[in-house]
Design a protein around this ligand. Structure first.
Ligand code: PHE
Length: 350
């Protein structure tokens, strides 16, 4: 092989070995640069005779074009490879099926809360909302449960920063603080009428929400739901409470033959007090008394803390457990299922 064709072969190998554009340009300099091998050959022509110059010059030029051609091919191949790599990296597979956006549904306890609100709403009850972090006053003291009252120990809960030293703030243990909060607002709104002896419109309200106690097993959770009910007027009686609550339970469970029992009980803020039990006439729970709420006539001390005269106003309150109502309605055995977030369970209610 002649020296020149050897040179072309060496250039081909050098270009082929270049891994990226900078290396390729280095290889180019080796052959075509200012002191590259071909340039050096050109310089050497000056010492030759005219005749030799002609033939050698033509041969070197041909070699130069060949090397330039190889360089061009190598550049092109490198650019093609880079583009192919980029295209592969950015590839969009348009044949892939799209991601379906699934529709959510309401939690079974939310369904119950909505149901409670709509049934009581149809009986003229407002819906009120209150804070989950409560003061000791609203959660206990105003509800006739002073600091040394033994009933407080049944409501062990989570105390949080804030409040006074001997009366810290806490996560509410029941929705009953809403009795005071709502009644005080109502009384304030009708203050002038009340002072003028004209009285006020009846208070009829329910207050659903989250409540907290240190309690955890299959039927108790540290966070659970309650729904408070309050009815205050000048002419309300236990019979009215019984009628309204019976109607509520029958509508909620879609069963007009469902019966209620008021069982004497104790709450510091009601006197007399009663536990409300229900009994289904048929079905898997038939014949058993099932506790669904606490209730009673609002204690005169509590009526006073609402800013009302207990000689004139009489009130009835009840507090029910929406979690329990949900368990009974759908025949669910373990309360913890509500809070595990297992979609297989939750999707059954959509
Ligand atoms: N707050 C009571 C409890 O959590 C329930 C209740 C409410 C009782 C209203 C009477 C009246 O146990």
């Amino acid at each position: 092989m002649s020296e020149l064709s050897q040179l072309v072969e060496q250039a081909r190998q050098a270009f082929a070995q270049a891994k990226h554009p900078a290396e390729l340009e280095d290889a180019k300099a080796l052959f075509l640069g200012k002191s590259g091998r071909i340039t050096e050959l050109m310089k050497g022509l000056s010492s030759l005779s005219v005749e030799e110059k002609k033939t050698q010059g033509a041969a070197i030029n041909e070699t130069k074009r060949a090397v330039e051609g190889l360089l061009q091919d190598a550049r092109q191949a490198m650019a093609d490879a880079a583009l192919a790599k980029q295209l592969a990296a950015e590839a969009l597979d348009v044949t892939m099926p799209g991601r379906r956006r699934s529709t959510g549904g309401l939690h079974p306890v939310s369904l119950t809360l909505e149901r409670i609100e709509s049934i009581f709403g149809s009986m003229g009850f407002d819906v009120a909302d209150g804070p989950e972090i409560e003061t000791d006053w609203f959660n206990f003291t105003a509800l006739n449960t002073p600091a040394d009252h033994p009933a407080r120990s049944m409501h062990d809960t989570f105390y949080v920063e804030g409040g006074q030293q001997d009366a810290p703030n806490l996560l509410r243990t029941h929705t009953s603080p809403m009795q005071i909060r709502h009644a005080v607002q109502h009384v304030k709104r009708y203050q002038t009428d009340i002072e003028a002896g004209k009285g006020m419109p009846e208070i009829r309200v329910i207050a659903p929400g989250r409540t907290y106690r240190v309690d955890s097993d299959a039927t108790h959770s540290p966070m659970f739901h309650q729904c408070e009910g309050l009815w205050i007027g000048e002419n309300v009686s236990f019979k009215d409470l019984r009628n309204v609550f019976t109607r509520f339970c029958q509508t909620f469970f879609e069963n007009d033959d469902l019966v209620l029992r008021f069982r004497p009980s104790f709450f510091p803020f009601t006197e007399p007090s009663a536990e409300i039990d229900i009994q289904f006439p048929s079905g898997p729970l038939a014949g058993r008394w099932l506790e669904v709420a606490g209730s009673g006539q609002v204690h005169p001390n509590v009526v006073r803390n609402m800013g009302l005269d207990p000689e004139r106003y009489i009130g009835f309150a009840f507090g029910m457990g929406p979690d329990r109502l949900t368990m009974l309605r759908y025949d669910i055995g373990d309360l913890r299922l509500f809070f595990d977030g297992d979609l297989r369970f939750l999707q059954q209610f959509n």
